[in-house]
Design a binder for this molecule. Structure first.
Ligand code: PHB
Length: 393
């Protein structure tokens, strides 16, 4: 090659490199921040759950350098107080006043159903990082609605199989009277009765009441072989303590969906020891993925993570996968959804995929409380998929 031609080429290459360097920051600056609307409970019986979800979400975003799909993440927060009567107003404020690009929420099933309705009507992407309302990935399912957590049916169904296999025949259930309680019990009953057991009594109290005494007296009188329960957060702490204080722990085994003992063990102390629950997470999975997550979480927040932290972290992972596929342009709804739908999400709980209705297909672990941990006992139900009843998608 002649010297003049070589000079020409190298000058052209240098010019190209220079122009690339020059346009890159300009491009990055050109992308507006991604407005993430966090609608979670920061007060009330589920306050700790809301905080853990936010912590988990922020941890993943921080691990990505504060950006998803090339856009810096900015948060707009609303305390939904786990109050369904305020939920429609709260979510409309986020979508219409604050113009968020995506909705993340919530913990309470009733609140999440109001969010799903607005998401469906406005086309805003919604990722539910906890609330199990079966309808969210059932009758209300939509291309822009995703869940990083579970359906209420799932842990109930997994536990029903375990309790039937343990040989218990007659069970009393006790829970809060709203979607999460009702649907957990329904899932439990479906598999427990298939396994030969009978639910002899279904006890309830309104959410978020914690006056359990009269109901515990009824349990003592009914003398069932076992009790199945759904409670979570502050209510779960009080229920486990009251169950033991009433002397029932020694005579009638208590089983629950795993929320009963997740994020609650410090406060429940010895009263939780030995309890069996089923959930899509445990404290002693001891996989490299979970160990790395637990270390990063503990370092960042000086707290141990729980299932809620994992669900928040995975909501951010799912959003990140969609955002990367559309290169930051979340208005490309079909491409965003397709990417999340086909993803294998590398969760600390174990990798999972989504069902057609956008609910995690995942393993449910049987756990037992010991040393202030939900220790892994076995896999209660492998790759359990919610039946997505009523979803037409
Ligand atoms: C719900 O309302 O769906 C719910 C709340 C707290 C939990 C689990 C489910 O821990």
């Amino acid at each position: 090659m002649s010297p003049s031609r070589r000079t020409l080429i190298s000058t052209a290459v240098a010019a190209l490199a220079l122009s690339t360097i020059a346009t890159l920051p300009a491009l990055a600056q050109g992308l507006p921040k991604l407005k993430v609307g966090l609608m979670l409970p920061y007060t009330g019986t589920y306050a700790a759950l809301g905080n853990a979800i936010e912590n988990g979400f922020r941890l993943h975003v921080a691990e990505q350098g504060g950006k998803l799909g090339g856009r810096e993440v900015e948060y707009v927060k609303v305390d939904d107080e786990s109050d369904p009567s305020k939920a429609t107003d709260n979510v409309n404020k986020l979508v219409k006043r604050d113009n968020v690009d995506v909705l993340i929420g919530s913990v309470h099933s009733g609140v999440a159903m109001a969010m799903a309705k607005v998401a469906k009507d406005t086309g805003t992407v919604l990722i539910v990082p906890n609330a199990g309302a079966d309808a969210v990935t059932g009758a209300m399912c939509a291309p822009n609605i995703f869940r990083s957590s579970f359906s209420n049916w799932q842990p109930g169904y997994a536990m029903g199989e375990v309790v039937a296999k343990k040989g218990h025949k007659k069970v009393v259930t006790i829970t809060w009277k709203y979607a999460a309680g009702d649907e957990s019990v329904k899932g439990f009953k479906e598999s427990f009765e298939k396994g030969g057991g009978t639910v002899v009594k279904e006890l309830n109290l309104p959410f978020p009441n914690v006056e359990f005494q009269a109901l515990l007296t009824e349990i003592a009188a009914a003398k069932p072989d076992a009790v199945f329960t759904f409670f979570a957060g502050g209510g779960a702490v009080k229920f486990v303590k009251d169950y033991a204080a009433a002397g029932l722990k020694k005579t009638i085994p208590l089983y629950g969906s795993g929320f009963l003992t997740d994020g609650t063990l410090e406060a429940q102390g010895a009263d939780a020891n030995g309890l069996f629950t089923a959930l899509h997470y445990a404290d002693s999975l001891n996989t490299p993925r979970d160990n790395a997550f637990r270390l990063a979480y503990a370092k960042t927040y000086k707290l141990q993570p729980d299932v809620y932290a994992v669900q928040g972290y995975d909501a951010a992972q799912m959003l990140g996968i969609g955002m990367a596929a559309v290169k930051g342009d979340i208005s490309k709804k079909a491409e965003f959804s397709a990417a999340v739908e086909k993803a294998k999400i590398d969760s600390p709980r174990g990798a999972f995929t989504l069902s057609k209705a956008h609910n995690p297909v995942q393993d449910f672990y049987l756990r037992q409380v010991g040393d202030k941990e939900n220790k892994l006992v076995s896999i209660a139900s492998k790759a359990l998929a919610d039946p997505a009843r009523g979803c037409k998608m």
